[in-house]
Design a protein around this ligand. Structure first.
Ligand code: ADP
Ligand code: MG
Length: 699
């Protein structure tokens, strides 16, 4: 049996009733296979004794006797406090919310104890511990390596451990291997049944590592098999070799622009034109990478013109959907598109979740009738009720912010439309090659001429007054400034209130009243409504507002050339790539631009070293690599947050070497046996057909 074919409902597992089903659903666990693939995020090793005296270095795992008992608190909040000791020392157990322990932990009794301890009020204490009687012989909770799972409300570790072990008992023995035997042998991987058992309940650390290695390889192998299949399907199609000249509409836009394209832009558009010129059943899948400010938007407009031109030649309606991650950015794109493209006769629409009912209905009607050429918006572009007459091109700006399902939803609105993804968050080259294996990549390496590098300074919070003075002088000469804060309001529920953290709301007030009383200061953040944001941006763009106080909503894409000062307070709270994006908001006009990274006075040396990367580098690719080194894998390029690769256990950055090997193996097999008919390859065909590891790969 293949793992993914175990579609038995959860209720088939002993102990899981209908009440628990929705709780599992919240973890994405719908059936038994999902439960078996809900891998631990960590393991607790309870095989090694760690006496109380070692509590500062490890989690304690020991045998104790109860020596004394006490209470803390009164009345209903009364909590048992039990003193225990082993040979090495004694400790106090605070039994919050576990009043029954009072009865269980009788004086003189012997118990097995496991937990995290700390030193407080002159004694070693714990409130997060597990304890059970020595008599409860051979309990699964001790003497083993136990899995620690990601949880959701209503499910705890004990439940997940129990149900997973039942599921393993019931099914693991029947599991078939899903990799070609020669690979399992070559890499000394575990059989599937053993790997699943050992990833959850390993007997030793070595066994666990082997299980991990097996499952990671397997996942990446199937990822690359799918990438490889797509690549060969695409390359199998006829390629039209007519030179990619600008189309008529493109030509007209280029003539109207006050500047000429940079070489990087020219190259990108030539590549796009070549893709889009191919026979109609070939569609483009291209990733356009270019640093902040390199002019990707214009390239996407030119691509949209190409799609519209196609329509002029064939019959009707070559539409483009341009999707941006925030309303602010979508609106800016819509306005630019209107300014540049409406004079050429194109019809532009702006669509977000906030468009009012009546207007929305009209808009959708026009879209469906093909009376709109370019729809610009947020994910609202692919709401259920939106349909297109002839969607030819999908542009996804800041692609890393979108999830897998979002992208495939919008692709489904057209008949195999072209896809252009744009990103300023550089994906390290190795990763781009392996993960975006079947996409073509265009890179814009140059900047529009006349850009001077932004002068970047670090400043301590205690010398903020000097930063403010500097900015005031610039404002007096007619420049504009951004002030960016990590929080909207300090009382945000998610963040513990911390008086030391400046937030956008209170700083907007302070800057307006105290610091820049002679200039107009405005506030923008994601919780304001769309109309208010629009007006604020409008006023900032027109120069009516001098100082824009913001959160990271300005991080992505916003373009106001006259703004040349960027002050980022609590800079240490932002990732380097985010700082790079923010800094990219300035330095777009004629004036020298400045960026101040203001950090807390008590920032560590490491923290400072991290910020210094920003002083020494202007290249987003280098900053991204540094970020990777400093922050560790999994954080970069939004790979984790957006889940653009829905992997279970592998991490394409951490596991880059395995990824490369899996790719070589997969491509080799596909090349020599494209139909997967050879011995040992049947299993690949079966997995793809009957029980794929991924629903689809949205690359
Ligand atoms: P990004 O690549 O970060 O999305 P944008 O598309 O927002 O960059 O472009 C940044 C700015 O550069 C815009 O104001 C745009 O009009 C301008 N621009 C784009 N291409 C050129 C060019 N070839 N020459 C001069 N300015 C350009
Ligand atoms: Mg952009």
């Amino acid at each position: 049996m293949l793992l993914r074919s175990i579609t038995a409902p959860l209720t088939a597992i002993r102990g899981i009733g209908p009440v628990l089903v929705p709780k599992f659903a919240r973890l994405g666990i719908q059936n038994t296979a999902d439960l078996l693939c809900h891998y631990p995020r960590d393991w607790e090793d309870r095989t090694v004794i760690a006496p109380i005296s070692e509590f500062q270095r490890k989690q304690v795992c020991t045998e104790v006797s109860v020596i004394a008992r006490d209470w803390i608190g009164f009345g209903r909040t009364r909590t048992p406090k039990i003193y225990v000791e082993d040979e090495s020392g004694r400790a106090a157990l605070l039994c919050f919310n576990r009043p029954w322990l009072d009865k269980q932990l009788v004086q003189g009794g012997r118990f097995r104890l496991w937990g995290r301890f700390y030193y407080k009020y002159g004694e070693i204490q714990s409130s997060s511990f597990e304890i059970e009687s020595l008599a409860a012989a051979q309990s699964a909770n001790f003497g083993n390596i136990l899995p620690v799972y990601p949880l959701s409300a209503g499910l705890n570790q004990t439940m997940l451990r129990r149900f997973t072990s039942y599921a393993i008992e019931q099914y693991a023995a029947q599991l078939e291997d899903e990799l070609p035997p020669e690979i399992i042998e070559r890499d000394k991987l575990l059989p599937k049944a053993a790997a699943i058992r050992a990833i959850h309940f390993p007997a030793t650390e070595a066994e666990r590592e082997c299980a991990k290695k097996t499952l990671i390889y397997e996942e990446l192998f199937y990822l690359e098999v799918m990438v490889g299949k797509r690549a060969s399907e695409r390359k199998g199609l006829a390629v039209d070799n007519t030179p990619p000249l600008p189309s008529p509409l493109q030509q007209r836009l280029l003539e109207r622009l006050p500047f000429s394209l940079t070489p990087g832009q020219q190259e990108a558009i030539a590549e796009i034109n070549a893709d889009m010129a191919c026979s109609s059943n070939h569609s483009m899948a291209r990733l356009l990478q270019g640093d902040v400010g390199s002019g990707k938007t214009l390239v996407s407009f030119l691509a949209a013109l190409r799609a519209a031109d196609d329509a002029l030649h064939k019959n009707g309606g070559g539409q483009t959907a341009l999707m941006a991650p925030t309303e602010l950015l979508a609106r800016q794109h819509a306005e630019n598109a209107a300014r540049l493209l409406e004079p050429l006769g194109l019809r532009i629409a702006y669509l977000t979740g906030n468009i009012k009912a009546a207007g929305r209905k009209d808009l959708l009607r026009h879209l469906a009738a093909g009376e709109i050429d370019i729809a610009v918006g947020t994910h609202a572009l692919f709401s259920k009720d939106v349909s297109y007459k002839n969607l030819r091109l999908v542009v996804v700006d800041e692609q890393h912010r979108f999830g897998v399902t979002q992208r495939s939803l919008i692709m489904a609105k057209g008949n195999n439309p072209h896809l252009l993804m744009m990103s300023a968050t550089p994906i390290p080259r190795t990763l781009a090659l392996t993960v975006f294996g079947d996409m073509e990549v265009s890179v814009i390496r140059d900047m529009p001429p006349g850009r001077k590098p932004v002068k970047t300074h670090l400043a301590k919070e205690s010398s903020e007054a000097r930063v403010y003075d500097f900015v005031r002088k610039k404002l007096e000469t007619g420049c504009q400034a951004y002030f960016v804060y990590p929080l909207i309001e300090n009382s945000d529920e998610a963040n513990l209130k911390d008086a030391a953290i400046k937030d956008a709301v209170s700083m907007a007030e302070r800057l307006a009243k105290k610091v820049f009383p002679r200039f107009s200061v405005a506030l923008i953040h994601s919780k304001l409504d769309d109309e208010e944001k629009r007006q604020t941006m409008e006023c900032f763009r027109s120069g009516e507002i001098s100082v824009l106080v913001a959160t990271s909503v300005v991080e992505v894409g916003v373009d106001v050339p006259n703004a040349n000062c960027m002050v980022i307070e609590h800079a240490e709270r932002f990732g380097l790539s985010a700082l790079h994006q923010l800094r990219g908001r300035v330095g777009r006009g004629q004036n020298q631009a400045y960026c101040f990274l203001v950090y807390s006075d008590d920032l560590t040396e490491d923290g400072k070293a991290r910020l210094k990367v920003m002083l020494e580098n202007t290249d987003g690719f280098i900053i991204a690599e540094e970020d990777l080194k400093l922050r560790g894998p999994g954080q970069i390029a939004g790979t984790e947050q957006s889940g653009y690769l829905n992997l279970g256990i592998a991490n394409p950055i951490r596991d880059i070497e395995t990824l490369a090997r899996a790719r070589t193996d997969a491509f080799f097999i596909l090349k020599n046996d494209p139909d997967l008919v050879l011995d040992g390859h049947h299993i690949i065909a079966r997995v793809l057909k009957e029980a794929p590891l991924f629903d689809e790969v949205a690359l």
